[in-house]
Every structure is written in structure tokens, then in C-alpha cells.
Design a protein around this ligand. Sequence first.
Ligand SMILES: [Ca+2]
Length: 146
Amino acid sequence: MSATLHGTITNSDGVQLNHNIVVRFFTPSTDTEVHKSAAVSDASGNFYVYDAPAGTYDVGIKPQGALSNLVASKTFTEGNTTDVAFGDVRFGDLTFDDAVTAADRGVLLNHWGIGGDCYGYAGDWLLPQCPSPPPPGGACYGYVIS
Ligand SMILES: [Ca+2]
């Protein structure tokens, strides 16, 4: 049995909150990674990690295309859910180096003013994955049980 992380994200820029998110657990005040998982947030910014390790960790998230956010010293206990508010998602890291620089601007400008190949299909481009068991309330946006 392991612990559960219920994370929340917000976005004051008005961008949608459905994101593929990498979640990392660090020994407090270090860069020693103890565990790594992935989650998909729903339209309200909720996501769950069901295989969180028990103990106290600094927890970092990196939504795709955004900077990482870190919340220090959160405690997880087996069989229980710990709520963690990660705050605003800060978009702009298109080069996946956890910084927003001229390189990211260059990528954006290379594609400025054009649409994707699937023009007209806004659709759901999130990864069809969800940890088990699914959370209550359908937080596994984009996950279809097969
Ligand atoms: Ca970058």
C-alpha cells in the first residue's frame, strides 16, 4: 500500500488546466529524487498520484510546456491522501530545460500564426492514462476504460 497525492494547479493567464504532469518526490531540501510519477489534471486543475511514497518530501511538478513548481515538506502516510496546492502553472518552457528564455521564444515565433495539421479538431490531446484506482469524480480526464 502507498499514499495518495491530490494535487491542484491554477492558471491566472486563463489557459485551460488539463495537462500532462510529471511529479517528483525529493528528500527535503535536496535534489535527491526518491520517486517519480505522472498524472493528468482535469479541467479544474485536480490530479492524483496513487503511488506516492510514505514519508516527508519536497514535491515538484512540471506540466508539459511549463516551468516546474515545488512545494516543500509535505508528509504522506500509507492509505491516506495528502492535498498539495502547487499554485499557478507558468507556461512558456517549450524546450524542456525548466527556464523560459529566448530559445523558447524562437520556437514560438517559428510557428506563429499557423494551426496544427488537425485543424478544426481542438479535441483531447492528453495522454490516455490514469493511475489505478481511478479517483472519484472523474479526475482522469481523457482516460477511457477499456
Ligand atoms: Ca526553455
